[in-house]
Design a protein around this ligand. Structure first.
Ligand code: 13P
Length: 340
């Protein structure tokens, strides 16, 4: 393992004014996104969509890295250029989702564990050879009555730590993503309590598994009320509680924090990130690693039509630029609403 190289990549992933594009929707998840815009979920359509995103030159200047799905990392653009090459040409780092989704944890009701450890040590060198310099593994923690359980939290934290260790051994920076879902009716304080407990456990397992924190990027959820909670927290409260939660649990050796959007609206995800960076006072750069909050707008503009590519690229540029500003605490609603 070359820790200096891992640290350089991790630092570049959270470089000032830049963040990560999570374009790693599985074939099943991109089907949901395509269904919403009336596009058939074919291999060519998936390629065409991702190609238009990665060829968005100006928008990509705000993107430090792109998380790809396994299919995408092996795909080429319509003219035969590998999509990985387009990303590198845009000045961004290619990465890859290496988890294989979740399955229920036996004995734990609906709680899940993330799959994909079995062949990981053999898959990682192939991804590295293809150009991937970082990877992603997502653990999913739900909040409900009596959930999450200690056992499920521990099992997911251990899997994240095993994954992170294997990545570092293959000179790939692990994005460590323990996502506490914002589904459900819990309030923001319950999200705080669960997120803090999960992060404590994750960093404890990373330590036990001898993962070098200088060579990871943390991808957490923000501390936020459940979607069905009657009492939604305002932007200040989300920002303050998220910062407080991470300061309690995330060691300062961690090179950076890149949040998932998790079902927040585009503008909410931007406003929350911006407020945190306005407040400041934490030891890590805080940026975005958004999927939906960066791509919902371009997908809506595209709708599968070649004629709509410029409009889709303009919509992507606007979101990428707004989130870049938010990662520096320089965003405002006025800039958001200015005609792109
Ligand atoms: P969202 O920002 O849409 O939550 O996606 C980020 C991601 O990579 C989830 O694993």
């Amino acid at each position: 393992m070359n820790l200096d190289a891992l640290n350089s990549v991790a630092t570049a992933m959270v470089a000032p004014g830049r963040g990560i594009l999570a374009a790693d929707e599985s074939t099943g998840t991109i089907k949901k996104r395509f269904d919403a815009i009336g596009v058939e979920n074919t291999e060519d359509n998936r390629r065409d969509y991702r190609e238009l995103i990665f060829r968005s030159k100006e928008a990509m200047s705000f993107v430090s890295g792109v998380i790809l799905y396994d299919e995408t990392i092996w795909q080429a653009a319509a003219d035969g250029v590998p999509l990985v090459t387009l990303i590198e040409a845009a000045g961004a780092i290619p990465g890859v989702k290496v988890d294989e989704g979740t399955e229920t944890l036996p004995g734990f009701g609906r709680e899940t564990i993330t799959r994909g450890l079995d062949n990981l040590s053999r898959r990682l060198p192939k991804y590295h050879e293809r150009g991937a310099r970082f990877a992603k593994w997502r653990a999913v923690i739900d909040i409900d009555t009596g959930v999450p359980s200690r056992g499920a939290i521990r099992a997911n934290a251990q899997a994240l730590a095993r994954y992170a260790g294997l990545c570092q051994a293959a000179d790939i920076v692990p994005i460590v993503e323990p996502e506490v879902l914002m589904d459900g009716s819990h309030d923001i304080d319950r999200c705080f309590e669960v997120t803090a407990t999960v992060l404590k456990e994750v960093f404890s397992e990373l330590f036990e598994h001898r993962v070098q924190l200088e060579g990871i990027v943390l991808k957490p959820n923000m501390v936020i009320a459940g979607k069905k909670c009657a009492k939604q927290a305002n932007v200040d409260e989300v920002a303050e509680k998220t910062i407080a939660c991470l300061k309690l649990t995330v060691p300062s050796a961690t090179p950076g924090v890149a949040y998932l959007s998790g079902g927040q609206s585009d503008v909410e995800a931007t406003a929350h990130l911006n407020r945190m960076n306005e407040i400041g006072g934490f030891p890590w750069p805080m940026t975005f690693s958004y999927g939906r909050a960066l791509q919902a707008a371009p997908q809506k503009a595209w709708r599968g039509k070649a004629d709509n590519v410029p409009a889709a690229q303009a919509a992507f540029l606007h979101r990428a630029k707004m989130n870049s500003l938010a990662s520096q605490g320089r965003w405002s609603l006025a800039l958001e609403q200015a005609t792109p």
